[in-house]
Design a protein around this ligand. Structure first.
Ligand SMILES: [Zn+2]
Length: 340
C-alpha cells in the first residue's frame, strides 16, 4: 500500500484563489477558496446521473467557468467517487455515472480553466480537509467517514493519506456475502445496508413513504417520548402519544442503521487502527443516541484487547465544505508548477 506524504506550509507568496469541484451522482458543487481556506464564491448544478457524458460535463463546465472567470486561479482540483486514475487524470470506474467511465476529466478541465488541475478521490480529500482545516488538525492518524447518500472512509495513517492505486473508499467492501444487490454488480456491499437508500427501502418494505434519518428518528422519538434515543424502544411508555406518525418499528430501524454503519467502521478499525473516526453527513447530524449506538457497536466489533478504544467525533466543517477544502490543501502542497 502506498501513501502520499503530506506537509502543510501554505506559501505566503501564493495569492489568488483555488477552484475546487466535487462531482457527486447527480450534482456538481464548486467553490473558489483562498489559501487560508476561506470560501469566496460557490456554485452548484444538478443533472441526471444517467445522462450522456456531454450533458454531465456541460454542467461541470458551467460551474467551473462561472467561478473561474471572477478570479485568477492558482490551481483546480476535482473529486469524485469510484475508481480513479489520479496520475493520469481519468475516471476509471464510476458505477453511479456510467457515461463518465474513461473520461479524461483533468485534461478537459485544465483546457477549460487554464490552470494546473488535479483529480483525487473524494474520501481522500475529505480526510485531507479534516486534517488541515477541521477536527483532524493535530492528529497523525484518523479516519474521515462520509455517511448519507454517499458512504466512504478516507484514512490518514501516521501523517500519510492511504491512497493505493485503484483503491476505493470502502463503500463496496463486502460485509454480508450473498445479501442485497449493489449498484456495482456485487452483493452484500457495505453501502447496500448503510446509506440513505437502505432507509428508503426499509420504509417501502414497511409500507411507509420514503423516510430519511431525521424522519425515522422523529418517529422513534414519538413512539417512546424519550428524546430520540434509538435504544429507548426497549421500555416503551404505556401512555405514549398515539399520534398519526407513531410507529413502533422506527426505533428498531434507526438502531439497525447505526449498527450497519458501525460494521464497516469496525472492519477499518481492525485493519488500519485509525482510532479516531470523524463523522460527516447523516450520522453527524443525527441524535447523540444514534452515534452512541454506532460507537457501542464499533467498540464491540473491533475489540482486540490491546488497543485504546475507538472514538467518534462529528465534523467541525460545513457539510459541503470538507472535500472542497481538502482539494485546496492538496493543491497547496502538491508542487503545482510541475503539473501544469
Ligand atoms: Zn458494491
Amino acid at each position: 500500500m502506498t501513501g502520499r506524504v503530506l506537509s502543510f506550509a501554505p506559501p505566503a507568496s501564493r495569492d489568488g484563489s483555488y477552484l475546487a469541484l466535487e462531482l457527486l451522482p447527480g450534482r456538481v458543487q464548486g467553490a473558489l477558496i483562498d489559501p487560508g481556506g476561506r470560501f469566496r464564491a460557490r456554485r452548484e448544478a444538478r443533472f441526471d446521473p444517467a445522462a450522456p457524458r456531454a450533458e454531465i460535463l456541460a454542467e461541470v463546465d458551467r460551474v467551473a467557468t462561472g467561478l473561474a472567470r471572477t478570479s485568477r486561479l492558482g490551481g483546480c482540483v476535482i473529486s469524485a467517487g469510484g475508481v480513479l486514475d489520479t496520475a493520469g487524470g481519468r475516471m476509471v470506474q464510476v458505477v453511479d455515472m456510467p457515461s463518465l467511465e474513461g473520461c479524461a476529466i483533468v485534461a478537459h478541465l485544465r483546457a477549460l480553466v487554464d490552470a494546473p488541475t488535479l483529480l483525487e478521490h473524494r474520501a481522500r480529500l475529505q480526510v485531507q480537509g479534516d486534517h488541515y482545516f477541521g477536527a483532524g488538525q493535530g492528529e497523525e492518524t484518523f479516519a474521515s467517514v462520509a455517511t448519507g447518500d454517499t458512504l466512504g472512509v478516507g484514512i490518514l495513517y501516521q501523517g500519510m493519506i492511504l491512497a493505493p492505486d485503484g483503491g476505493r473508499s470502502g463503500a463496496h467492501m463486502t460485509v454480508a456475502s450473498g445479501q442485497l444487490d449493489c449498484s456495482c454488480g456485487k452483493q452484500g456491499c457495505w453501502r447496500t445496508i448503510a446509506t440513505t437508500a437502505w432507509l428508503r427501502e426499509r420504509a417501502e418494505a414497511l409500507g411507509l413513504p420514503p423516510l430519511d434519518l431525521p424522519a425515522w428518528e422523529r418517529r422513534a422519538a414519538q413512539q417512546t417520548g424519550l428524546d430520540q434515543d434509538p435504544r429507548a424502544d426497549q421500555d416503551p411508555r404505556p401512555d405514549q402519544d398515539p399520534g398519526a406518525d407513531q410507529d413502533p418499528r422506527a426505533a428498531a430501524v434507526v438502531a439497525e442503521y447505526a449498527r450497519n454503519i458501525a460494521v464497516g467502521l469496525a472492519n477499518i478499525q481492525q485493519l488500519c487502527m485509525p482510532g479516531l473516526f470523524i463523522l460527516h453527513g447523516e450520522a453527524a447530524q443525527a441524535s447523540d443516541g444514534f452515534r452512541a449506538t454506532i460507537l457501542e457497536t464499533l467498540r464491540d466489533l473491533s475489540r482486540t484487547g490491546s488497543e485504546t478504544e475507538p472514538r467518534l467525533v462529528t465534523t467541525s466543517l460545513g457539510e459541503d465544505d470538507s472535500t472542497l477544502l481538502g482539494g485546496v490543501a492538496l493543491l497547496l502542497h502538491h508542487g503545482l508548477p510541475s503539473i501544469g
